[in-house]
Design a protein around this ligand. Structure first.
Ligand code: PGA
Length: 252
């Protein structure tokens, strides 16, 4: 069965104490809510993972990291492996965020390696895809997203798809205040589900959660989430404010 999910991506924000306090606030808030229509995930910096994993135990918030190493272990100074992330109690990892693709030159082959390591470590993957502004203006957005999925995700094979969540994030909408129109989101999400159907069949396509990300906020979330094939959101800036993030979760 397809799940609705709202995931927060804290990016490189909040020091240790701030992050722990914020996680505690969110945990308390959602714990006291009787029934949520969406699963809630927070993807925090590495330094927060282990303690937040303790805080959220038995509650309604799940935990993820924002990246993992492309190697399993060894002499890779400064890196954090998927296996280490899993050992903190986190369950998810974001792979292929456009900021990693752009600033750290991560390409789909490398991202595929990261996905393999994450899945082998028992993590679920939130795999991001999306076109930049010029690619959309040139009408290449479908081609780009198709290539990202075909190279980064599909080689993982059908059995892995149950542990994958896809996030479509048009890069021109991330942190810019520009949101894809609900129609643009609907169209791309339908296209992505169609690609999965072609590759892996109806059941896997129907079960796949496909999130929208890019300047999602309380004022636009409900309309975007109401579109067919949009199963929730990956939220950056608005995941750092309790009122905004909880309102977006409640918009599902
Ligand atoms: P934004 O970021 O909500 O701040 O646009 C989304 C993301 O990068 O996942």
């Amino acid at each position: 069965m397809r799940k609705k999910i709202v995931a927060g991506n804290w990016k490189m924000n909040m020091n240790y104490e701030e992050g722990i306090a914020f996680a505690r606030t969110l945990d308390q808030y959602f714990r006291n809510k009787p029934a949520l229509k969406a699963d809630v995930i927070i993807c925090t910096p590495f330094i927060h993972l282990a303690e937040i994993a303790e805080i959220i135990k038995g509650g309604k918030v799940a935990l993820g990291a924002q990246n993992c190493a492309s190697e399993a272990s060894g002499a890779f100074t400064g890196e954090v492996s998927a296996y280490m992330i899993k050992s903190t109690g986190a369950e998810y990892v974001i792979i292929g965020h456009s900021e990693r693709r752009t600033y750290y030159n991560e390409d789909d082959r490398l991202l595929n390696k990261k996905c393999v390591l994450a899945l082998n470590s028992g993590l679920r993957v939130i795999f991001c895809c999306g076109e930049v502004k010029e690619q959309r203006e040139e009408g290449n957005h479908f081609v780009i997203v198709k290539r990202q999925l075909e190279e980064g995700l599909f080689p993982l094979g059908a059995e892995s798809m149950k542990d994958i969540i896809i996030a479509y994030e048009p890069v021109w909408a991330i942190g810019t205040g520009l949101t894809a129109t609900p129609e643009q989101a609907k169209e791309m999400h339908k296209y992505i589900r169609g690609l999965i159907k072609e590759k892996f069949g109806n059941k896997i396509a129907d079960d796949m959660t496909i999130l929208y990300g890019g300047s999602c906020k309380p004022s636009n979330a409900a309309e975007i989430f109401s579109k067919p094939d949009v199963d929730g959101g990956l939220i950056g800036g608005a995941s750092l404010k309790k009122e905004d993030f909880t309102a977006i979760v409640e918009a599902v």
